[in-house]
Design a protein around this ligand. Structure first.
Ligand SMILES: *[C@@H]1O[C@H](CO)[C@@H](O)[C@H](O)[C@H]1NC(C)=O
Ligand SMILES: *[C@@H]1O[C@H](CO)[C@@H](O)[C@H](O)[C@H]1NC(C)=O
Length: 304
């Protein structure tokens, strides 16, 4: 008891100094950045998101980088990337961002792999605090139809996921509990996808056009999509630029601009394109493989 009290007393003056609203000046005039990791990864792995955070802090002195952790610790965060209802994850993140005093004036967001489509859902559903620029690094905006490789590959988790997806990605049980099923997009079963996909079909306006989503997404200053030209984990890789397989077959693909989504402008992407807000970048390399030089040249300018 006394230990606790002493701790509180000692901590109090420190809290007074660091608490309270954070002014822009504290961050050297930089815009804060929120990042969301990909599948099999977590917020703080020193070899991935931890390294990205460190790199950004070196390149943009003063920047506040928040690497999202979904769950109470790194292990839960990794597990949730496989097994936690995505709609719930998005709403958890929304409340976390709304409560973060650093982000009050707005923030940029950068999502890696599945973290990219999750952050787009944040932009569409939670306009406050405002997201300024969204960078999607290897995100799958039209989902995937196939899971050729998993990060690390060693994991038996991957085999389990493949089996579950083959056994019925659109059953309620699997939709609720398997993250990858929530962006599984089967072009041979378009009706099933539209009807039962709890996450992707919703944010992609497949059932109805939610005008709120359309309005909110267009609040972005830029929506940057990075595609990896030798990507061996995302199938089809066109999804990284919001393209996909044409409905009814699994061979021919169509670009975003050729899609109904764009032609009917159900999500505001055509309007954003016309306003110069969509940026399509391509880079050599497998999934999420980029050099610091490429990053600094191509992505850093959007984050300064
Ligand atoms: C603020 O930014 C300038 C210019 O980028 C940099 O030289 C300086 O070191 C930064 N200051 C802090 C406290 O990070
Ligand atoms: C549209 O999206 C908003 C924000 O997430 C939500 O509150 C609303 O219920 C949605 N409307 C429909 C018709 O789905």
């Amino acid at each position: 008891m006394t230990d606790v009290l002493l701790g509180l007393l000692l901590a109090a003056p420190v809290l007074l100094v660091t608490g309270g609203p954070v002014s822009v000046k504290d961050h050297n005039g930089t815009t804060p950045l929120v990042i969301w990791h990909g599948m099999g990864d977590n917020c703080c792995n020193p070899l991935s998101m931890g390294a990205v955070k460190k790199m950004l802090e070196e390149d943009i002195p003063g920047i506040h980088v928040l690497s999202l952790m979904v769950g109470k610790n790194m292990i839960e965060d990794t597990e949730n990337g496989f097994f936690k209802d995505v709609n719930e994850q998005v709403s958890m993140v929304c409340s976390q961002l709304a409560q973060d005093p650093h982000l009050k004036g707005g923030y940029n967001a950068m999502g890696f792999s599945q973290g990219a489509q999750f952050l787009r859902a944040v932009a569409q559903r939670c306009p406050s605090p405002p997201m300024k620029t969204l960078i999607s690094v290897g995100g799958q905006h039209q989902g995937v139809y196939g899971l050729p490789r998993c990060p690390g590959e060693s994991s038996t988790v991957c085999d389990f996921i493949r089996k579950a997806l083959n056994n019925g990605a659109y059953t309620e049980l699997i939709q609720k509990h398997l993250v990858q099923a929530q962006y599984w997009h089967d072009p041979l079963n378009d009706d099933l996808y539209k009807k039962h996909s709890l996450f992707l079909a919703d944010i992609n306006q497949e059932r109805v056009v939610n005008e709120t989503y359309k309005k909110n997404l267009q609040l972005l200053e830029k929506f940057v999509m990075v595609k990896f030209l030798q990507d061996s984990m995302v199938d089809p890789v066109d999804s990284e630029w919001f393209g996909f397989l044409k409905s009814g077959q699994a061979k021919e693909t169509e670009t975003l601009q050729e899609s109904v989504l764009y032609k009917e402008d159900r999500l505001g992407l055509a309007a954003m394109d016309a306003a110069g807000k969509l940026v399509f970048l391509a880079t050599q390399g497998d999934h999420l493989q980029f050099t610091r030089e490429w990053f600094n040249q191509n992505l850093l300018p959007y984050l300064r």
